[in-house]
Design a protein around this ligand. Structure first.
Ligand code: NAD
Length: 265
């Protein structure tokens, strides 16, 4: 299948590390002109990934970087204007930036609740609103929003995070309808458990890791590449008729009640 993304302008938020850094790299290897956005970068615009995860293959264009706080309307406006000035348009927006705020409802204070919504939902709103006019002018576009498995089945202590990711799903559906007339598709995706700095899964004691892995049909940690593979397809012309969807890329976290039985556990 030809997923031709050559020369497409792809903006990835939260791309200085973690899943976003790998998504940016992978789109670059597909030939896209990638703009990584984040609060700050520890590397120069040479395509190097900050946390050392480098995708196979060579980027065909150097990775561009723009500092942007997705929760700040002025910062978003300035960043998107700068990206359009540098690249002419924006074909694909990956709203990957997100933060995890943990705490039971009893523990959470209003400031942390608001911060979670400002970044996770506000960021998707502000970036999509700012980027949509360029896509409307072009009469095409792809917006891909990071939800989470927590938007489907939340955990204890995830009130702010899970509620914010559920809001991303509904925002995605509304945007999909509002931007449909310009052939812009808008989808959300739900990763399951990708060990990153956000969650520290890889640093947990073995027993705790086993408990989490036992909830997965595929019984392995998800990699950023598992997420990137889905997004590259969704960004391509081959996914032209998929919009308003929530794509589960969680390794079968929803498939059965006790998947560990298949592993004799
Ligand atoms: P991470 O913490 O490793 O990286 C998040 C990136 O977003 C960082 O580079 C950070 O600087 C950036 N960021 C945070 N606030 C920002 C802001 N206001 N403006 C711009 N950039 C900002 O996280 P990750 O694990 O790579 O997660 C990426 C996305 O995937 C998040 O939206 C997360 O909720 C989602 N997700 C992750 C998992 C997982 O298991 N890691 C599972 C489901 C969903």
């Amino acid at each position: 299948m030809e997923l031709d993304l050559r020369d497409r302008v792809v903006v990835v938020t939260g791309a200085a590390r973690g899943i976003g850094a790998v998504i940016a790299q992978r789109f670059a290897v597909e030939g896209a002109r990638v703009v990584a956005c984040d609060l700050a970068f520890s590397t120069t615009a040479d395509g190097e990934v900050a946390d050392g995860e480098v995708a196979d293959g060579a980027a065909q264009h150097p990775l561009d970087q723009v500092v942007c706080d997705v929760a700040d309307p002025d910062s978003v406006r300035a960043a998107v204007a700068e990206i359009v000035r540098r690249h002419g348009t924006i074909d694909v927006l990956v709203n990957n930036a997100g933060i995890n705020v943990e705490g039971t409802v009893a523990e959470l204070d209003w400031e942390r609740w608001k911060a979670c919504f400002d970044v996770n939902v506000g960021g998707v709103f502000l970036m999509s609103q700012a980027v949509a006019p360029a896509m409307q002018r072009a009469g095409r576009g792809r917006i891909l929003n990071a939800a989470s498995f927590a938007a489907i089945v939340p955990s204890v202590g995830s009130a702010a995070y899970a509620a914010s990711k559920s809001a991303v799903v509904q925002l995605t559906r509304v945007l999909a309808s509002e931007l449909g007339p310009w052939d812009i598709t808008v989808n959300a995706y739900a990763p399951g458990m990708v060990p990153t700095a956000m969650n520290g899964f890889a640093e947990m004691p073995a027993v705790a890791q086993d408990r989490l892995l036992d909830t997965l049909s595929l019984r392995r940690w998800e990699t950023p590449d598992d997420v990137a593979n889905l997004l590259i397809f969704l960004a391509s012309d081959q996914a032209a008729y998929i919009t308003g969807a929530l794509l589960d890329v969680s390794g079968g976290k929803l498939a059965t009640q006790i998947p560990a039985r298949a592993y004799g556990r």
